[in-house]
Structures are given as structure tokens and as C-alpha cells.
Write a protein that binds this ligand. Structure first.
Ligand SMILES: NC(=O)c1ccc[n+]([C@@H]2O[C@H](COP(=O)([O-])OP(=O)(O)OC[C@H]3O[C@@H](n4cnc5c(N)ncnc54)[C@H](O)[C@@H]3O)[C@@H](O)[C@H]2O)c1
Length: 257
């Protein structure tokens, strides 16, 4: 229980990595606010945690809206006490040729992946300013390397690393650490649509997509949810007390810089 009595916020906690992270933080002893735009999914995650005896609060939140994000932070403090941890995990991803990127797609991607992360960091440091804390932002392998049919997503995830370093630098003296995680492929609902889009991009059958990934990754397998949450817990705990402003690859050796 390495996060015993900590108070945590996880955005995008209604699905995939965010859900797995919220459940893991609760297992490690934290009280967790489950922020998601999908209220039913947020409630579901909270119930999963409560069933195991953990503490969770679902808060329907659009992380692109300042008032929503700050209200969610307030609700969390009222329910559980001052914040120690904030994980910006909500995300949006679309694989599509560069010339087919519309303004709407660009803005949506930037709003959710970058502005949402910016607002989350602001709410977090506002609440942590007196006592310190730890923030983890979700970037991606695509935050380290540009790739075809992925311009908006890659641009947003590169930007998350700049945001992470800036927040880390500005608030280090306040005892607030801010690091980023850069996973490769993790099988979550995010891939439900992406498999078809990726197949189109590479001229493959949908069933050939995951085997191709596995084959190209040096460790020859996809990333497990537990491997993501292991890294997140490490970055949030005192085991990483001398690390801030870092972006850690979790790609089975696919990215090494
Ligand atoms: N799955 C992967 O292969 C992978 C790889 C690298 C990075 N990532 C990143 O990890 C994070 C989580 O990805 P995932 O695979 O779990 O995705 P997912 O699609 O399973 O979950 C994303 C969650 O974010 C929520 N969300 C979307 N817009 C929101 C908004 N405006 N306000 C609040 N919540 C919102 C969704 O409702 C959903 O519950 C994302 O930032 C993603 O870019 C994922």
C-alpha cells in the first residue's frame, strides 16, 4: 500500500488505462476521484473500486472545460481532503491521412489531449501548492516520434512533454513533481476503431494489425495494463522522489530516446 491515505484524481478513468490506473491507485491505498466525460463509465469504475473496499468518487467532467476541471478538484477535496496526486489520462486518437485532418479533428485532439492536460495540471498545482504532490501526464510513443496518418495526435502528445517539463521546472521548489508516461500499444477500447484505421493505412486486414505490432516490437508483445500502472505508481510514489520533468518510454524497446 505504497499510496496509503493519499488523495488522487485520475482523468479518463472511465475506460482503458485510466480505469486500470484508478483501480490500482485504490489498491495501493489512495482515495480516488474518477473523472470522465462518460458518467456511466465513471460510476462503473467507482463501483469496481468500492466493491473491493476502496474509496472512489465518480465525477462527470469534461476535461476541456476549465469550470468542470476546477469543480471536480473542489469536490475531491471536499470528499477526501487535500490533493496529493493527479493523473491526466483522458485522451483522444484518430489515425487519418494528414490532408484529411479537418479543423474539427485538430481542435478536438488538441482540446482533449493538450488543453485537458493543461487544465488538469493547473488545478493540481493550485491545490498542491502548499503541501507538494505528484502529477503524471499521459503522452505516448507518438510524443517522441512523428508518424504517418497521425499528425494531430503526435503534435498533441509532443506538446504534453513540453507542458510536463515546464510544470516540473516551475513547481519543483514547491515539492510538486510532474512526469510523463509514453506507452506504445496497449489494448484498450481506444483501439476498437483504430484497428480498422491502421489496417487501412498499412493495407492490411484488421486481424493482421496486432500481429504486425507484436512482430515489430523488440520484446514481441504489446504492453500490459499492469505494466502501465506499475510505472504510474512508481512515478507517483516516493520511490521516484528525485525524478521530475521526465518522459518514460514503455514501448517494449520500440522507442529508445
Ligand atoms: N492505448 C494505447 O495504446 C495508448 C498508447 C499510448 C498512449 N495512450 C494514451 O493513454 C491515455 C488513455 O488511453 P486509453 O487507451 O485508455 O483510451 P480509452 O479511449 O480507453 O479511454 C479514454 C477515456 O478518456 C475519456 N475522455 C475523452 N474525452 C474526454 C473529456 N473531454 N473529458 C473527460 N474524459 C474524456 C473517455 O470517455 C474515455 O473514458 C490517452 O491519453 C492515450 O492517448 C494510449
Amino acid at each position: 500500500m505504497i499510496l496509503e491515505n493519499k488523495v488522487a484524481v485520475v482523468t479518463g478513468a472511465g475506460s482503458g488505462i485510466g480505469r486500470a490506473t484508478a483501480i490500482r491507485l485504490a489498491k495501493e491505498g489512495a482515495a480516488v476521484a474518477i473523472l470522465d466525460i462518460n458518467e456511466a463509465h465513471a460510476v462503473e469504475t467507482a463501483e469496481m473500486i468500492q466493491k473491493e473496499g476502496g474509496r472512489a468518487l465518480p465525477v462527470m467532467t469534461d476535461i476541456t472545460k476549465r469550470e468542470d476541471v476546477f469543480a471536480a478538484a473542489e469536490k475531491t477535496v471536499q470528499a477526501f481532503g487535500p490533493l496529493d496526486i493527479w493523473v491526466n489520462c483522458a485522451g483522444y486518437s484518430k489515425i487519418i491521412p494528414f490532408l484529411e485532418h479537418t479543423d474539427e479533428l485538430w481542435n478536438r485532439t488538441m482540446d482533449i489531449n493538450l488543453k485537458g492536460c493543461f487544465l488538469g495540471c493547473q488545478a493540481a498545482v493550485t491545490h498542491m501548492n502548499e503541501k507538494g504532490g505528484a502529477i503524471v501526464n499521459f503522452s505516448s510513443e507518438s510524443g517522441k516520434k512523428g508518424t504517418t496518418w497521425y499528425a494531430a495526435y503526435c503534435a498533441s502528445k509532443f506538446a504534453v512533454l513540453g507542458l510536463t517539463q515546464s510544470v516540473a521546472a516551475e513547481f519543483a521548489s514547491k515539492g510538486i513533481r510532474c512526469n510523463a508516461v509514453c506507452p506504445g500499444v496497449v489494448l484498450t477500447p481506444m483501439w476498437d476503431q483504430q484497428v480498422a484505421d491502421y489496417a487501412k493505412k498499412r493495407n492490411l486486414k484488421p486481424e493482421e494489425v496486432m500481429p504486425r505490432f507484436r512482430n515489430n516490437i523488440p520484446l514481441h508483445r504489446l504492453c500490459e495494463l499492469k505494466e502501465v500502472t506499475d510505472l504510474v505508481v512508481f512515478l507517483l510514489s516516493d520511490n521516484s522522489s528525485y525524478m521530475t520533468g521526465q518522459s518514460i518510454n514503455l514501448t517494449g524497446g520500440n522507442t529508445m530516446y
